[in-house]
Ligand binder design. Structure first.
Ligand SMILES: Cc1cc2nc3c(=O)[nH]c(=O)nc-3n(C[C@H](O)[C@H](O)[C@H](O)COP(=O)(O)OP(=O)(O)OC[C@H]3O[C@@H](n4cnc5c(N)ncnc54)[C@H](O)[C@@H]3O)c2cc1C
Length: 399
């Protein structure tokens, strides 16, 4: 495993760093307070080519490898993990089309993302099916026309108020079916770039193939307030054969492959946040003096800084190993993806909490970025599978 970045990776890292330094960090506390989706920043990210990383070159995408994707997401997350979550979510939703879709499906469902800064949602979680996603009840069933009809409700869906396309995991035949499928649902219009609409109550979209999609009011969240989250309900949405990805009975297998790819990306979000927490804390403790010394020179405080640094570096190593395993399609990539996600979430929470502590009372004030980082960190240990689910995956592989 070579830790040196190649020229292309170096270019990505420098480009995203410049973007974060110029476009995100200077206003982050101000824009985060508004709790509105920063479509202008997402659009700029698309223009710069750091969105839709997994779209194949055959559909005019960038087809960026998993290691380079992790590097890009890590740098973007250093700026804000709400923004990087929303940006990464396009790949979370679309990678199954790149991995399992036919050429025609890739043109139809990925092509538009290469042409315009569109937003996608990945719809797995339901009110009654979180960690245990196999208990979902959203389902497709053949209607009288001979075509499949999709019905069901999803919750906590990232980007939902702005999405023009939904990747939906669902049961096949009936809600209690053992079979899971994956369908793609493009919609006609969306709250898209309108921050006012995005604050509205429920609104309805028409699925392009027929049927209704109801999008809930944006969730009011503790952290990652720049990423949009809402419920999505599908009502008699017509699904033609071309909207079913791969084999309609193999959705669970596809889901595992998507999550193996995506968990290192969540780890990248954690490492980016952890490093930002470390940097703002070093900066603060260099400035602030107590007992006649800079806080960073007080031995116990210095020890905390070292502990934070160790967490960041170890999480970064776990991330890179997982990204390489995914890139090489290694048999054991799943357990390394879970390891990276857990270690990075732990690093993010530890660095944000300890960093806040080293800021003293100032860390509790919303004008200090560390207070936002502490709010943002918690979800990294939850979305795309809570810590205990990652343990289940690792444990299963071990024995
Ligand atoms: C901001 C945000 C964005 C999200 N984005 C998306 C998205 O885009 N698409 C999507 O489909 N979903 C999304 N989610 C959903 C997310 O993936 C789920 O919240 C997560 O998987 C946990 O499910 P749950 O909330 O139902 O918790 P539950 O499954 O109810 O778990 C609650 C707690 O129970 C414990 N627990 C659960 N299972 C076990 C176990 N096997 N062993 C021991 N303890 C256990 C854990 O402590 C866990 O934290 C998002 C969630 C949030 C909050």
């Amino acid at each position: 495993m070579d830790f040196n970045l190649n020229d292309e990776q170096q270019m990505y890292v420098e480009t995203v760093r410049r973007f974060v330094k110029g476009e995100i960090l200077p206003h982050i506390l101000e824009i985060e307070k508004k709790h509105l989706f920063p479509y202008d920043i997402i659009k700029k990210a698309w223009e710069m080519g750091i969105l839709n990383l997994s779209i194949p070159k055959s559909v005019k995408g960038y087809e960026i490898d998993p290691v380079s994707s992790a590097l890009i997401i890590k740098e973007l997350s250093y700026g804000d993990t709400g923004i990087s979550t929303s940006a990464m979510c396009n790949d979370l939703a679309n990678v199954v089309i790149a991995q399992q879709g036919s050429e025609e499906q890739q043109q139809r469902f990925l092509g538009p993302f290469a042409k315009a800064p569109l937003i996608a949602s990945f719809c797995l979680t339901e009110p009654g099916a979180g960690s245990d996603n196999s208990s979902m009840t959203t389902f497709i069933q053949k209607g009288s026309s001979g075509r499949y009809i999709l019905n069901g409700a999803k919750c906590f869906i990232t980007n939902a108020n702005f999405a023009s396309q939904f990747t939906v995991f669902c049961k096949v035949g009936k809600p209690a079916s053992q079979l899971m499928g994956c369908v793609i649902v493009p919609a006609d219009s969306m709250a898209k770039n309108d921050p006012v609409l995005s604050k509205a109550e429920n609104f309805e979209l028409n699925a392009l193939s027929g049927g209704k999609i109801t999008i809930g009011k944006p969730e009011d969240k503790l952290g990652q307030r720049l990423s949009n989250t809402a419920s999505v309900t599908f009502e008699d949405v017509v699904i033609d054969d071309g909207q079913i990805i791969g084999d309609r009975r193999l959705g669970f297998k596809y889901l595992v492959e998507v999550l193996d790819f995506a968990r290192p990306m969540v780890a990248a979000i954690g490492v980016g946040l952890a490093r930002r927490a470390l940097d703002v804390t070093i900066e603060y403790t260099r400035q602030r003096k107590q007992f006649g010394q800079r806080i960073c020179d007080l031995p116990v405080a210095r020890e905390t800084l070292v502990a934070m640094w160790k967490k960041v570096e170890l999480a970064d190593l776990a991330l890179m190993k997982a990204a390489v395993k995914v890139q090489e399609k290694a048999e054991d990539r799943g357990m390394y993806s879970s390891l990276a996600k857990n270690v990075a979430a732990e690093a993010a929470i530890f660095c944000a909490n300890e960093g806040l502590h080293l800021h003293g009372g100032y860390g509790f004030m919303s004008e200090y970025e560390i207070s936002k980082l502490a709010r943002d960190a918690h979800i990294i240990d939850i979305y795309e599978g809570v810590r205990e689910v990652q343990h289940m995956i690792i444990g299963r592989e071990l024995v």
